[in-house]
Write a protein that binds this ligand. Structure first.
Ligand SMILES: C[S@@+](CC[C@H](N)C(=O)[O-])C[C@H]1O[C@@H](n2cnc3c(N)ncnc32)[C@H](O)[C@@H]1O
Length: 224
């Protein structure tokens, strides 16, 4: 059976970057760049939303450990699990983080975690590369993996705020006759709300790109 679009695209992207850059640069570019600075920003951002020492975190689409590394410097979590689809990214993340930080590879539409419930799940720059059906399937499972009262915070692109990225995506699509180097998905807030509520979440807030991390963010809550 063919691999999912996201596995093929990200695997090839990472391999291209590793062939043309040193390892630190490749691992940074693969997740959007600014590895140290953006990692620190993301860590401060999630702490501003209520992440505290002792909590359990699921980092969905954790990449090369940009957020994980910063979190491990900033606060003492009682569990961190990062999931991604590219082995090379997870190897790098593992090298950069304490042994207590666990990383798992997953190429399916199911999230392979059992016996652990999380206070926070994060999805930074991942639903920006998935289809609505995939977003729905993963959102449902993340809901089940949260404790009652837990939060799911993810970033997204929307036409209104990220037209430059949409235009660049159009040009790449035209040139390569397909999305390149990967799919860029643009969601609007109404779609996010419908998907979230169908899963059982309440929408706590939307955060503007300029008030947070450059992408739009939604904070969802699992009812107590
Ligand atoms: C733009 S990067 C962001 C990485 C990380 N969240 C960060 O902000 O540093 C997107 C990541 O999502 C991963 N990814 C894409 N599709 C995925 C899927 N279906 N399941 C898990 N990870 C996925 C990619 O391999 C990549 O590491």
């Amino acid at each position: 059976m063919a691999e999912f679009h996201f596995v093929e695209d990200y695997r090839q992207l990472v391999r291209r970057l590793m062939a043309t850059h040193d390892i630190d640069e490749a691992m940074s570019l693969a997740v959007g760049g600014d590895w140290e600075t953006m990692g620190k920003n993301l860590s401060q951002f999630v702490q501003s939303l209520g992440l505290k020492p002792g909590m359990k975190v699921l980092d969905f689409g954790c990449g090369s450990g940009r957020l994980a590394h910063a979190l491990s410097r900033d606060l003492d979590l009682s569990a961190y699990v990062g999931i991604d689809i590219v082995e090379e990214l997870l190897d790098y993340a593992t090298m950069k983080c304490p042994d207590s930080y666990k990383f798992a590879i997953n190429h399916s539409l199911s999230i392979p975690i059992e016996g652990l419930k999380f206070d926070y799940a994060f999805g930074f720059s991942i639903f920006t590369h998935l289809l609505q059906t995939e977003i729905m399937l993963y959102s449902q499972q993340i809901f089940d993996l949260l404790k009652p009262g837990g939060r799911f915070v993810y970033s997204f692109l929307e036409l209104e705020n990220h037209w430059d990225i949409f235009e660049a995506s159009c040009n790449q699509h035209k040139y390569h006759s397909r999305p390149f180097p990967h799919l860029n998905m643009f969601l609007d807030r109404n779609q996010i709300t419908i998907i979230a509520e169908k899963c059982g979440y309440t929408v706590r807030q939307f955060i503007e790109p300029e008030d947070g991390i450059g992408q739009s963010v939604v904070e969802l809550g699992k009812p107590v």
